[in-house]
Write a protein that binds this ligand. Structure first.
Ligand SMILES: [Zn+2]
Length: 121
């Protein structure tokens, strides 16, 4: 129920805002304990609404099937070599074999160093 979740968040926001207003209203006056009580109740209602709204799991049948592949950036990061000096992404063409050892020349800053920790290359 996506609609219910959003509604709960909106109600929670209203509850917290009014709670804050009641809290401010109670500040200047003496004997306005009822305002503080209303503020506390509204704050509690707001937090409870947020608590339940965050626990609502979206219905897989009703919601659109958006599958975000979180693993993809990590795997891409594994397959790219970044310059240890400037952080620029190095391509395969930047890797050359010099005396049998793979040597990377950064096209951005010109740093040249041997590849020792990248077994994929
Ligand atoms: Zn570099």
């Amino acid at each position: 129920m996506k609609f219910g979740k959003i509604t709960m968040f909106i109600l929670a926001a209203f509850a917290l805002v009014f709670s804050f207003l009641f809290f401010l209203g109670s500040g200047g006056q003496t004997g306005s304990a009822i305002y503080i009580q209303i503020a506390i109740i509204l704050a509690a209602v707001g937090f409870v609404l947020i608590f339940f709204a965050t626990r609502i799991k979206s219905n897989p049948d009703a919601a659109q099937n958006v599958t975000v592949n979180i693993d993809l950036p990590g795997e891409v990061g594994m397959d790219t070599i970044k310059c240890k000096s400037c952080g620029g992404v190095l391509a395969a063409k930047d890797v050359k074999l010099v005396a049998g050892a793979p040597v990377v020349t950064c096209p951005y800053c010109g740093t040249t160093y041997q590849l020792t920790e990248e077994p994929k290359w």
